[in-house]
Write a protein that binds this ligand. Structure first.
Ligand code: 5GP
Ligand code: MN
Length: 339
């Protein structure tokens, strides 16, 4: 964000406003951490605040401070619409295009509120009055820290803010190991711990609350894992029946694709998950090095994200989707081979 924008945002926030903070559909740790981190920060200026998520999020995020105040748009549509229509300012966090909010797209497109985008995904749409986009950032939570810093307010970071921001940085960096984790990320995280984030507790809340069924589902996913050694690619499939068998709950498949990427000599990994309710195959793509899954997903699976982590979808059956995937892959033989 340039100095002019920061000064304008500072002026805008200097008197109490009606502010709505939104994130993408199927919120992850970074989405919940950044919206609630910003929420706790803006509270200090006595704004009228509401976080609205498009839909529900996994149980392992249902401890985050302030989480119980969130409206879920798909079940609290009327009050959410009212709140959005009354908003002076809408912060849109951790996504780059309105369609990423699912059912909320329509109202976000029509509202007259001033929009402030803070996000680290590639190629953000140009809808916001103020755009803070940086694709080199580890997480939107790291950007919220920088945003607070640009407003000269890091001394206002308390335990709640620190906890929320730590959460999102931890989850989006795969616990500080992905390439976007920089020395600055570590300095920020150190400061967040000093300000009260209980690192071990947060990690435990998110990662050590598995159900037996979830581990069995992971076992099933690993059994379904296939490797294409000549293309340094591995992929996993999960059918709706398999999900049902292990009593699938939201969030149960999060991170599973990383097992495929952890294989020696694999630099491109995918998971295909059948979603009969939405009538689609949900796809998560991960890579190592310069092979861009953002471009791959944009080109073939109506999605996008980052260079090394992206999502996508397919509207055909699971077998047809796999067939398409396998038929496309050879086009990338050189890119996949030169890693
Ligand atoms: P996941 O595979 O975990 O759903 O998503 C990986 C990353 O890509 C996340 O940062 C997520 O927000 C982003 N992402 C997932 N689906 C899409 C999509 O359809 N479009 C865009 N632009 N980003 C996506
Ligand atoms: Mn993120």
């Amino acid at each position: 964000m340039n100095t002019n924008d920061i000064n304008a945002v500072k002026a805008l926030l200097s008197t109490p406003k009606h502010i709505v903070i939104v994130c993408h559909k199927n919120p992850d740790g970074d989405a919940i951490g950044s919206t609630l981190g910003l929420y706790h920060y803006l509270k200090k200026y006595h704004h009228n605040l509401q976080v609205i998520t498009p839909n529900d999020y996994p149980e392992f995020l249902k401890w985050v401070p302030g989480e119980d105040t969130i409206y879920k748009y798909d079940v609290q549509t009327e009050i959410s619409d009212k709140t959005i229509n009354a908003a002076d300012i809408i912060f849109t966090l951790d996504f780059n295009a309105f369609h990423r909010t699912g059912q909320m797209q329509a109202i976000l497109e029509t509202t007259k509120a001033t929009k402030i985008l803070i996000d680290h995904h590639q190629e953000p749409d140009d809808y916001a009055t103020y755009t803070y986009s940086d694709v080199s950032m580890s997480s939107t939570c790291e950007m919220i820290y920088h945003f607070i810093n640009m407003l000269s307010d890091t001394d206002k970071i308390d335990t709640n803010i620190a906890t929320c921001l730590y959460l999102g940085i931890m989850t989006d960096t795969g616990s500080f190991r992905f390439a976007a984790t920089t020395s600055t990320t570590h300095r920020i995280v150190a400061e967040l711990i000093e300000k009260g984030a209980k690192n071990s507790e947060i990690h435990n809340n998110v990662y050590d609350t598995n159900s037996y069924n979830r581990l069995q589902l992971l076992g099933c996913a690993l059994t379904n894992l296939k490797i294409i050694p000549e293309l340094k690619t591995a992929y996993i499939t999960l059918t709706q029946n398999e999900l049902r068998k292990f009593d699938y709950k939201k969030g149960d498949t999060e991170g599973v694709v990383n097992y495929a990427l952890s294989l020696d000599n694999v630099i491109f990994a995918a998971i295909f998950i059948e979603d009969r309710q939405e009538g689609i195959i949900k796809i998560s793509l991960r890579s190592k090095g310069s092979f861009s899954v953002n471009e791959f997903s944009r080109a073939h699976f109506s999605g996008g994200g980052h260079n090394n982590a992206a999502g996508g979808r397919s509207e055909t059956s699971l077998p047809a989707t796999i067939e398409k995937f396998l038929s496309i892959l050879p086009q990338y033989k050189d890119a996949l081979h030169h890693e």
